[in-house]
Design a protein. Structure first.
Length: 95
């Protein structure tokens, strides 16, 4: 049975590369995105990877989203928690 991995932020940038690499290694990948509808659609057309939409900052949405993945793809074996936005500034302003 193929193992399933969830990649948050998995449809663009580093997350898309992670999703593709894991898929190439034989994992069944569930790529999660939140806001970039156009980018997610392009990613889905270019890959055989399943795409799911929800806000990982919302606990209830995560519960529902993970339940949906398990319903569609089976038990989840791993998580790559890649989603996030960096808002770098001077160190003194980040404290």
């Amino acid at each position: 049975m193929q193992k399933t991995v969830v990649v948050t932020g998995g449809t663009r940038g580093i997350g898309a590369s992670i999703s593709r690499a894991l898929n190439k290694q034989g994992w069944q990948v569930a790529a999660v995105y939140h806001a970039n509808e156009e980018g997610a659609k392009a990613f889905q057309q270019d890959t055989p990877i399943a795409v799911f939409k929800w806000d990982v900052g919302d606990f209830s949405a995560c519960q529902d989203g993970l339940a949906g993945i398990e319903k569609d793809l089976g038990p989840i074996s791993a998580l790559v928690n890649n989603a996030g936005i960096t808002q770098d500034a001077m160190l003194v302003l980040m404290l």
